[in-house]
Design a protein around this ligand. Structure first.
Ligand code: PEP
Length: 250
């Protein structure tokens, strides 16, 4: 039985002064929903603060990207072991904003996926199609190629220590959510693709939905057979909204 998992992606939001209340409220609220796994992925500069405020809570900590390199002359980059140093359990890889705005290819995302695993972090691998791709009828092809790059680089067994997030690009930050049926269709396709390599890994891997998941649509989305939780952007910045989504997974 897969456990539901709700992870917040703060993106480039937050402040030292404002984070404390949000983190403390999430930690307090999540404590009473222990059946749902919960995490927040915060900007690098706030990892130390989040580690401190979340200490002893049920809320896991994550980062939003990482370098594919272990260490060395890579100015501005942050390695997996540095992220681990701050008590992180998770790291997002291949978010569509990284792919679109910073040119991260499937191969680059796969290399980051491997770097995370090598350091003992759980990568949250994001896959998803643009609106043009959906309208051109190539959603399955695009998502499969994104997934295959990680399977080829890390091996399918890696997905027993990784999470997949299906995030249709047209639904991220737009208020336009995939319908539960649209999302379920792609989640089932993703699970089937993993099953082609290993049925038991496929049965166990958590596949989250991301794209304008809110308190009013979370329960129906997470009620679909292959939707195991959510990756939450905007609503993760408001404690009551984020916690309502966490509770919807229970
Ligand atoms: C995201 O950034 O991963 C995301 C799903 O954002 P939002 O919930 O704001 O659409």
């Amino acid at each position: 039985m897969r456990r539901k998992f709700v992870a917040g992606n703060w993106k480039m939001n937050g402040s030292l002064a404002g984070n404390e209340a949000l983190l403390a409220a999430v930690a307090a609220g999540a404590a009473s929903v222990s059946q749902v796994e919960c995490a927040v992925c915060v900007p690098f500069p706030y990892l130390a603060q989040a580690q401190k405020v979340l200490a002893g809570s049920t809320v896991g900590l994550g980062a939003q990207t990482l370098s594919e390199h272990a260490q060395g002359a890579y100015t501005g980059e942050v390695s997996a072991s540095m992220i681990k140093d701050f008590g992180c359990r998770y790291v997002i890889v291949g978010h569509s904003e990284r792919r679109a705005l910073y040119g991260e290819s499937n191969a680059a995302v796969a290399a980051k996926f491997v770097a995370a695993l090598n350091a003992g972090l759980i990568p949250l691998l994001c896959v998803g199609e643009t609106l043009e791709e959906r309208e051109a009828g190539v959603t399955g092809k695009v998502v499969t190629e994104q997934l295959d790059a990680a399977i080829q680089a890390a091996g399918v067994a890696a997905f027993s220590k990784a999470v997949i997030a299906y995030e249709p690009v047209w639904a991220i930050g737009t208020g336009r959510t995939a319908s539960p049926a649209q999302a379920q269709e792609v989640h089932a396709l993703i699970r089937a693709r993993v099953a082609e390599s290993d049925a038991s890994v496929a049965a166990g891997v958590q596949i989250l939905y991301g794209g304008s998941m809110k308190p009013n649509n979370a329960a129906e989305l997470m009620g679909q057979p292959d939707i195991d939780g959510g990756l939450i952007g905007g609503a993760a910045l408001v404690a009551d909204d984020f916690l309502a989504i966490v509770r919807a997974g229970a």
